[in-house]
Design a protein around this ligand. Structure first.
Ligand SMILES: Cc1cc2nc3c(=O)[nH]c(=O)nc-3n(C[C@H](O)[C@H](O)[C@H](O)COP(=O)(O)OP(=O)(O)OC[C@H]3O[C@@H](n4cnc5c(N)ncnc54)[C@H](O)[C@@H]3O)c2cc1C
Ligand code: FES
Length: 289
């Protein structure tokens, strides 16, 4: 029986490569889209999985985690590259925002469990802040617009995909058109009322829950306070909910235990789980908030 604490148990599908940036452009306030070529990673990665990026210098020393935004194909239609969307937050992302095309980066992945391919008629995505990033590929997969994995996994198609996306102000929304182009029903909310519903993104959920025609599942990603509110609302309505956690990570491959979160066990207790290998996607009802 493989030792579940040993890196070989979970990181053997991951690869580490030096890649070259082909595009790094602003897409919203303080938000950039990064593209690089890496055919092996593009072929393997699943929606909800992430990768670690590191600049080839000693400061910042450790890598940072970023969700798959989208994979890119070559002219022949083969998976060729990976797209990441990032918010400029601290040291790493400030430096990354200044990296021009042609510069190299270290990348390792795909990492984490990713979103399951369980069938659902109405998939409701709830994003806060930069939490929309893992959802573009998931929406593309459930709407039959793109396939992921090697071999490509089959996903029963959803009848409807809704994105509820909240930001502090309109200028921070990144990629709304990407979701709309896939056919996602996008509903926006801003804290200052500058676009969409004036108020919290969670206020967009109750009207969706009223329409019980199609079985639904909620998947949420964003600040922990938002995830907790989504978990409470879905529990009240008996709607299954998964959350993708953005716990700070150091190694991304299960070794350092910097990313632990409290997860309920079968016996009514809880245990620490590493978000990088046992997550980042968890059933919301299992998280000890
Ligand atoms: C699985 C996963 C997927 C992610 N996907 C994306 C993505 O697609 N786009 C994106 O922009 N970001 C994403 N993040 C968050 C990103 O990894 C962090 O914001 C990263 O630390 C930024 O690096 P930095 O050096 O710029 O900021 P840092 O200097 O590392 O951080 C600045 C401040 O934020 C805090 N912090 C660090 N990491 C996190 C975190 N994960 N959550 C909350 N606070 C944190 C630090 O304590 C510090 O106070 C993801 C995180 C995880 C775990
Ligand atoms: S980031 Fe090191 S164990 Fe999860």
């Amino acid at each position: 029986m493989p030792n579940p604490l040993h890196a070989a148990h979970y990181a053997d599908a991951a690869l580490q490569r030096q890649v070259t940036i082909v595009e790094n452009v602003p897409v919203a306030e303080q938000t950039y889209r990064l593209r690089f070529g890496c055919p092996e990673l593009a072929a393997r990665i699943l929606p909800g999985q992430f990768l670690m990026l590191r600049l080839e210098r000693n400061d910042p020393l450790i890598g940072r985690a970023f969700a798959l935004y989208q994979t890119l194909d070559s002219a022949s239609g083969a998976p060729w590259g990976v797209e990441v969307v990032y918010w400029v937050k601290g040291k790493f992302t400030q430096e990354l925002a200044h990296c021009p095309p042609g510069q190299s980066l270290m990348v390792w992945g795909p990492l984490g469990n990713g979103f399951p391919a369980d069938p659902i008629a109405h998939l409701i995505l709830v994003a806060g802040g930069i939490g929309q990033t893992p959802f573009l590929s998931l929406a593309a997969e459930f709407l039959g617009r793109r396939r992921y994995g090697e071999p490509a996994r089959s996903v029963p198609l959803a009848r409807h995909v809704t994105l509820c996306y909240g930001a502090r102000r309109a200028a921070l929304f990144a990629g709304v058109e990407d979701f709309q182009a896939l056919g996602v029903d996008v509903r926006l909310a801003t804290d200052d009322g500058s676009r969409g519903h004036p108020g919290r993104v969670t206020e967009l959920l109750p009207p969706l829950f009223e329409n019980t025609e199609l079985p639904m599942r909620v998947v949420a990603c964003g600040p922990e306070v938002m995830l907790r509110a989504v978990a409470e609302l879905t529990a009240q309505e008996n709607v299954p909910c998964q959350v993708s956690l953005e716990t700070p990570m150091a190694c991304g491959i299960g070794i350092c235990f910097s990313c632990v979160t409290r997860v309920k066990d079968q016996e009514g207790g809880w245990d620490w789980k590493r978000t990088c290998v046992e997550g980042p996607v968890f059933d919301a009802e299992r998280i000890v908030w």
